[in-house]
Design a protein around this ligand. Structure first.
Ligand SMILES: [Zn+2]
Ligand SMILES: [Zn+2]
Ligand SMILES: [Zn+2]
Length: 140
């Protein structure tokens, strides 16, 4: 009985942690690193550990509830996105992100894959650059 109770408590803690992180990402609307999210939660008085934040983000990514992406620097960032298939236009400076969709890319990937006899096609495409705000800040 004790073991069952323990497991149940663990589950509810995970569930709470997940909804807290999803709510935070929703509120932020931009890509954030696990460290940034951890710092934000600690700043709000949540005593959550960085390892838990990492684990929760990985679990949410696997569930498809959030998007994860790797920056050119190798750092992993997370965002609550729309559920439709899309790509990202990401600022290298501030990680400001615009969701983009285009039938050109979709048609092109299917065509080149078919030309090489590939099936079960999937793809990821992220475009990196400097956003207008950051470019302006660099000039002034
Ligand atoms: Zn996304
Ligand atoms: Zn920017
Ligand atoms: Zn696509």
């Amino acid at each position: 009985v004790a073991a069952t109770t323990h497991r149940a408590m663990g589950t509810s803690r995970n569930t709470r942690q997940r909804s807290v992180i999803v709510a935070l990402l929703k509120e932020t609307g931009e890509f954030r690193t696990a460290q940034q999210l951890h710092a934000e939660l600690r700043g709000r008085g949540d005593q959550v550990g960085l390892a838990t934040v990492y684990r929760t983000l990985q679990a949410l990514t696997e569930l498809g509830e959030i998007d994860a992406m790797r920056l050119p620097s190798g750092e992993q960032i997370f965002r609550q996105c729309s559920s439709e298939h899309h790509h990202h236009l990401v600022c290298r400076c501030c990680a400001h992100t615009v969701e983009i969709a285009g039938s050109t890319v979709e048609a092109w990937t299917e065509r080149v894959a078919a030309e090489h006899g590939f099936t079960e096609i999937g793809h990821t495409l992220e475009i990196f650059g400097i956003c207008a705000k950051c470019a302006e800040a660099a000039e002034s």
